[in-house]
Ligand binder design. Sequence first.
Ligand code: SF4
Length: 367
Amino acid sequence: MDSWPEARIRELIANATDADVTRALSRELLHPEDLAALLSPVAAPRLEEMARLAHRITRRQFGRTIGLYVPIYLSNVCASDCTYCSYAFHSGREGERRTLTPDEIRTECQTLAAHGFQNVLLLTGDHPQAAPVDYLARAVAIAREYFPSVSVEIYALKEEDYRRLVDAGLEGVTLYMETYHRETYEKVHLKGRKKDYLNRLAAIEAAGKAGVRRLSIGALLGLYDWHVDGFWAALHARYLQKECWQSAVAISFPRLFNVPARHTIRHPLSDKELVQLMLALRLFLPEAGFNLSTRERPELRDRLIPLGVTMMSAGSSTRPGGYARYGGETLEQFATEDRRSPEEVAKAIRRAGYDPVWKDFDRAFVE
Ligand code: SF4
């Protein structure tokens, strides 16, 4: 971050030429300067070319497969106050807050296992009292009885705590920086542990050092200028690939929609800009997995499949107990845009010429 301050990135993007884009498209291993060129407005008219290359690279690295996963919300209790999130302490959103008991976690797992899922993501708010590490370790162990691949998206932990989860069977950690832009980070994280920018930035590396085999990062698109946040996220991914070389690194592209009334999306990005960002990052990070959630509309998700996506969520509920028992009661984190069933999403993947893979296909790589 010190070597790549915002002013330097902006200058590169503003001064990029068509020749810079051509050079970036001809390189096997892209430099950060090439990434800036591909994120620049000069690259926007060359999306078709970028798409063809991104498609070829993704096929070479990942074959014709798209992994499917599903989130299980364990708790919507949160002591942090992030302006963009419904779970935030002062979000103003109504709904019951609860933390699932071990029996309820089991019921959720049974329901999802019946759909064929083998890859789940367990989520909580940022509240170590409501969901302490012991509870998380138990939740991971229960989920492992039903699924070969279990990941978490929880508050930032220390290395020794991640190790306890690894011992319980954890395979992956998703931890978005939300925004790498420090001033914006301060503005949108009002209260709680999540306010600590450096602690959050360091946590994903701690997870890698603790033996977590799949690390997923990302910026919450819409919080800050996507060119700059996208650039920093890509550098972060490359850094993790070097520092945590025994782990597979993936990037997610969560775009902000449906935020609480108090939050204004100051840097919205269009579908076309999202595509440019994904393509630029695919060319910069040929080996990174790309995750796409149900935040996006079905028709867009289907069209993004050939452009670099390697994992998709399907049939998601963003409320605790959303699959089995408490469907309409508990507070949800955000409304999903793609409400198709897992089977329908799998069909769409097949229609696009890919095989939906219910288990974690990164496993062969990481093991
Ligand atoms: S983003 Fe996470 S930490 Fe922030 S309010 Fe929502 S659940 Fe809590």
